[in-house]
Design a protein around this ligand. Structure first.
Ligand code: CO8
Length: 256
């Protein structure tokens, strides 16, 4: 499928790379980009791809929702159509997604990164929830996912001041797992994606679901989901092969 606001490519059939592609608008997310991302994720869900990388073309990851479009769109339309399909698609997407943050990730841009499963960043990347400077507040996870990740006080400072923080600060807060020199971000994202893609897809999906539920449930519900997914994984062909290979001191041969 052809896309107007993103680029989609696959690497070795197992890694899907989505590049947000409105560099002159710092990859601001407009309704067309929401459609494109939803369709691309649909396409990747059905393909043999095992891991997805989302990154930005040009100097930004994404500066958030397209402010011009938001100002020009009646509230009813934003509520009825708006950006929600993207957040619902991200939430429902089963395969692991890595956000490779190459520049500023602000507002909806940071919320998109946080809707991914792992965030890595280049040294010059910046992170923030600047909505307060526009007289609005975050609307897609910036008060919820961020708080659950970095704690109340860090989140409060970011949401109330709107200040952008550095990649190093984001890493110190636990928002980013790895910071790499500018220029080696995509290589690092592909290295990580390859490592993950070497595992069986079925187990990746069960593990991702269980970890995500930790942010949405109390401990007992989370443990129940984990145990259910553990039993499902244990009953799989992949588990039989994985454990047999371990005992035979060889690499597992997973068919995929
Ligand atoms: N929307 C539309 N255009 C934008 C946006 C944006 N979010 N961000 C930047 N641009 C445009 C600029 O207007 C500028 O256009 P022009 O060249 O015509 O003047 C161009 O991109 C380049 O931007 P700058 O010159 O400002 O670049 P700088 O490097 O000087 O500054 C900043 C980078 C600091 C990131 C700055 O661009 C900025 O503050 N941008 C706005 C950030 C912001 O407020 N984001 C929050 C938006 S609201 C939001 O995300 C709510 C989310 C709700 C949920 C749904 C989300 C999908």
């Amino acid at each position: 499928m052809m896309y107007e606001t993103i680029k989609l490519e696959t690497k070795d059939k197992k890694i899907g790379i989505i590049k947000l592609n409105r560099p002159d608008r710092l990859n601001a997310i407009n309704f067309k980009m929401v459609d494109d991302l939803v369709n691309a994720l649909d396409e990747l869900e059905k393909s043999p791809v095992k891991v997805v990388i989302i990154t930005g073309e040009g100097k930004a990851f994404s500066a958030g929702a397209d402010v011009k479009e938001m100002v020009d769109t009646p509230l009813k339309e934003i509520v009825l159509k708006g950006h929600m399909p993207l957040w619902e698609k991200m939430r429902a997407f089963k395969k692991p997604v890595i956000a490779a943050v190459n520049g500023v990730a602000a507002g909806g841009g940071l919320e998109l990164a946080m809707a991914c499963d792992i965030i890595i960043a280049s040294e010059s990347a910046k992170f923030g929830q600047p909505e307060i400077n526009l007289g609005i507040i975050p609307g897609a996870g910036g008060t919820q996912r961020l708080t659950r990740t970095v704690g109340k006080y860090n989140a409060m400072k970011m949401v109330l001041t709107g200040e952008l923080i550095s990649a190093k600060e984001a890493k110190d807060m636990g928002l980013v797992v790895k910071v790499v020199p500018d220029g080696s971000l995509i290589d690092e994202a592909i290295r990580l994606a390859n490592e993950i893609a070497s595992k069986p897809l079925f187990s990746l999906i069960l593990a991702k679901e269980a970890v995500n539920r930790a942010l949405e449930t109390n401990l007992q519900q989370g443990l129940d989901i984990e145990r259910r997914n553990f039993y499902v994984a244990l009953a799989s062909e992949e588990a039989k092969e994985g454990m047999k290979a371990f005992l035979e001191k060889r690499k597992p041969r997973w068919e995929e």
